[in-house]
Design a protein around this ligand. Structure first.
Ligand code: SF4
Length: 396
């Protein structure tokens, strides 16, 4: 276990905390790697049984001490969790129930690649208590899906969403991507129109990011793919925001939109720096002031658990300045910054001149001691966060 030397080793990370936990389970298999993706997953499923057995061991090793903690969100992500059979999912759920108290109002999400949908699986997943499904659709144009090296076409995605609804899922998310090379605004609008017509409760729209280490990164470096210009991406982002507002979706995080009452409670735990435990290769965890993450290798993961060791790669205790910076960054990505909390927790006050400058530039408004980003502010959200974080030395 390669922990930070300055920080204490924890034999069993799950311990008593005051708020219910979220559980994230990382399923490290995909039918085929998408060429833009930098999440940890592998195409070879041959160690799948070993993985499920190791996952059960990990849950049990992490929970050896103390009483059962309450869990009110579970997220099966990856990778492609919809590759798992209902029996495999049931095995994982049984282990969770053995080690945690599962809340009655559980939000239980499974991520699903439309190219791996099995209709019977959808009914069975629903029957196992999974009540939210998230489809990686990305686009409704087949040539864009080919460019992204997705394994499904547009019609398969539309059919998958309908099948999920028939199977009893009424809380459905659709992921879309924009700012693909040469994508037009008309195509973006068409994707949004088709996506919202399917009646999802939640829609996530992400700009295509060229992540280092991906085949897309190599293609861009060689000049084979020309990424979207920054201005085009910003204009498309504003198009998404305006469109989703027009359809009645609340823009509650920089890339996420929900109908009222359908925010993703699990992801809010990440964005509110809440408590969550991740299991599986590369999964991250956070409890109070401590954060740790697992190794990003299935073989390493299996080897650690084969030796009855938690597969933790590293851990850290969050410093006061990390907590301050994350509070500002993550608050603004949710479109707001509570100035009372900023003062009470971090002793930081934003000068009136700074706030009026931001308002005059059209980046924010203020109400009830809270800075609220406008659509224009959202387009430069991270820059605003950086600027406010930079003020710390003079304002604290
Ligand atoms: S299906 Fe999802 S996790 Fe798998 S490679 Fe594609 S984007 Fe990545």
């Amino acid at each position: 276990m390669g922990q930070d030397r300055n920080h204490p080793t924890i034999a069993a990370p799950v311990r008593a905390v005051s708020s219910p936990l979220g559980l994230y389970i990382h399923i490290p298999f995909c039918e085929k790697k998408c060429f833009y993706c930098d999440f940890y997953s592998i195409e070879n499923h041959s160690q799948r049984n070993e993985f499920v057995a190791a996952l059960i061991s990990e849950i049990s090793l992490a929970c050896v001490s103390g009483r059962k903690q309450v869990v009110d969100t579970i997220f099966l992500g990856g990778g492609t969790p919809s590759l798992l059979t209902p029996t495999e999912v049931e095995t994982i759920i049984d282990a969770i129930h053995r080690h945690f108290d599962v809340a009655a109002n559980l939000e239980f999400t499974i991520e699903c690649n439309p190219g791996t949908v099995d209709t019977k699986y959808l009914y069975d997943y629903r029957g196992l208590g999974i009540n939210r499904i998230s489809f990686g659709v990305q686009s409704f144009f087949d040539d864009e899906l080919v460019f992204l090296s997705r394994i499904h076409n547009s019609q398969e995605a539309i059919t998958a969403v309908g099948e999920a609804r028939s199977a009893g899922f009424d809380n459905i998310n659709i992921d879309l991507m924009y700012a693909l090379p040469s994508q037009t605004t008309e195509r973006l609008l068409s994707n949004l129109e088709t996506g919202t017509k399917l009646g999802p409760t939640h829609l996530s729209a992400y700009a295509l990011i060229v992540e280092p280490g991906t085949p897309l990164f190599s293609a861009v470096s060689k000049g084979d793919v020309k990424p979207s210009e920054e201005d085009t991406e910003a204009a498309m982002y504003e198009t998404v925001m305006n469109f989703m507002a027009g359809k009645g979706y609340d823009h509650y995080e920089i890339s996420n939109y929900s109908l009222p009452g359908f925010q993703c409670r699990h992801n809010l735990k990440y964005w509110d720096v809440g408590n969550y435990i991740g299991f599986g290769p590369s999964a991250h965890s956070h409890l109070d002031d401590q954060r740790w993450w697992n190794i990003s290798s299935l073989n390493g993961y299996l080897a650690h658990l084969g030796n009855n060791e938690l597969p933790i790669s590293s851990m850290e205790i969050l410093s006061p300045s990390q907590k301050h910076d994350e509070f500002i960054f993550l608050s603004l990505r949710q479109g707001k910054l509570d100035l009372r909390v900023l003062k009470a927790r971090f002793g930081m006050t934003l000068e009136k001149d700074f706030l009026s400058g931001m308002m005059e530039a059209g980046y924010c408004t203020t109400a009830d001691d809270t800075l609220i980003l406008t659509a224009k502010g959202f387009t430069v959200c991270d820059e605003i966060a950086g600027e406010i974080i930079g003020l710390r030395s003079v304002s604290v």
